[in-house]
Design a protein around this ligand. Structure first.
Ligand code: SF4
Length: 331
């Protein structure tokens, strides 16, 4: 591992100032992904700015009924939080579908959003990878890409984002809170990660030195039926081959609100806007769900070895939506 300096931040401003003062620095939270990548030589920060002692570890109910989750809340604590389990079950399910118990105890909400792709070429410094080293090419495009993207990929990169949690946040219309020397801003969770385009080295819309300080779950989604479902090669401790988070509100016999997002299909959680539009005002039938999901997945551009992801994602989404509609009937 390359030698690095260590700085402990005692305030948000102090963290941002330390970042500005140390070119090539990285923030350190739970470290469950960053430290692994440092050992592999993929990440080579000059300085680690430890933000793990900042007061960002609370889940707080806000006056408008939304729920603010600090960036340092551990994945296991968030999954088990009574308000999350009760009001946003898809988020709790997504967190519990990710990683292992030990990792969830260490990994943070902010770090979960910022984890890097598990593309094996990205993690192997002997291989070409435009994300790790822009301009070197993409080893996966003509190589092993069974786990890679079918939506929104580019000539430069076909990687997927590995987070389960981020897929649920996108479907739930959560916002991500960011802090930088320029101030505080909030971005929709569905817009926080980028498509690769010409610059796959940039995973998110974070500006240099900006820090994720929290996530806000909206009051509007609280209590709506929601589900996260993940298909993977083994029953635990595996990344998704395809996953779905869905929120469904039915009123007067028609869909009044649908939030649908796919995981493991793209460089970011894929918010299925076309499907959602098709569902609004429709009767919540299996045929309507099939039609809407097919509209969305018509955009898919599978690669040589990953066409299986399209019917897999379709069947997951139709099943999840149908169960959510039945859940309402049974309630
Ligand atoms: Fe790198 Fe992206 Fe290609 Fe993987 S898919 S080798 S991350 S450029």
């Amino acid at each position: 591992m390359k030698p690095f300096a260590y700085v402990r931040a005692d305030s948000l401003a102090g963290a941002a100032e330390a970042y500005a003062a140390h070119p090539g620095a990285s923030y350190l939270g739970g470290g469950t992904n960053l430290v692994d990548l440092m050992k592999l030589g993929v990440e080579r920060p000059t300085t680690l700015i430890d933000v793990s002692r900042l007061p960002l570890d609370a889940v707080t109910e806000l006056p408008d009924g939304s729920l603010r989750v600090g960036a340092l809340v551990r994945n296991s604590d968030l999954a088990a939080h009574p308000l999350v389990r009760d009001r946003y079950p898809a988020l709790s399910q997504a967190l519990l579908a990710g990683a292992s118990g030990q990792l969830r105890n260490a990994a943070t909400t902010g770090g979960n959003l910022l984890q890097r792709t598990r593309c094996p070429y990205f993690q192997d410094v002997s291989k070409p990878c435009n994300k790790r080293q822009p301009g070197t090419g993409c080893g996966a495009r003509d190589g092993v890409h069974r786990d890679h993207a079918v939506l929104g990929h580019s000539e430069r990169c076909i990687a997927t984002h590995p987070s389960d949690m981020a897929v649920a946040l996108a479907a739930l219309d959560a916002r991500v809170e960011l802090y930088g020397l320029g101030g505080v801003r909030r971005v929709h969770a569905a817009d926080f990660h980028r498509l690769p385009g010409e610059h796959p080295e940039r995973d998110t819309v974070l500006e240099p030195g900006e820090l994720v300080t929290g996530v806000v779950l909206p009051a509007a989604a609280a209590g709506l039926p929601s589900v996260y479902r993940k298909a993977r090669d083994r029953a635990s401790y595996a990344f998704a081959l395809a996953s779905v988070a869905a929120v469904l509100e039915v009123a007067d016999g028609v869909v009044a609100h649908a939030g649908l997002a796919f995981g493991a299909l793209a460089h970011r959680p894929w918010r299925a806007r076309r499907a959602e539009e098709a569902l609004l005002g429709a009767a919540p039938t299996e045929a309507a769900f099939e039609h809407a999901v097919d509209l969305e997945l018509a955009q898919a551009r599978p690669l040589r070895d990953n066409a299986y992801k399209v019917p897999l994602a379709r069947n997951l989404a139709v099943d999840v939506l149908t169960r959510l509609a039945r859940h309402r009937e049974d309630a």
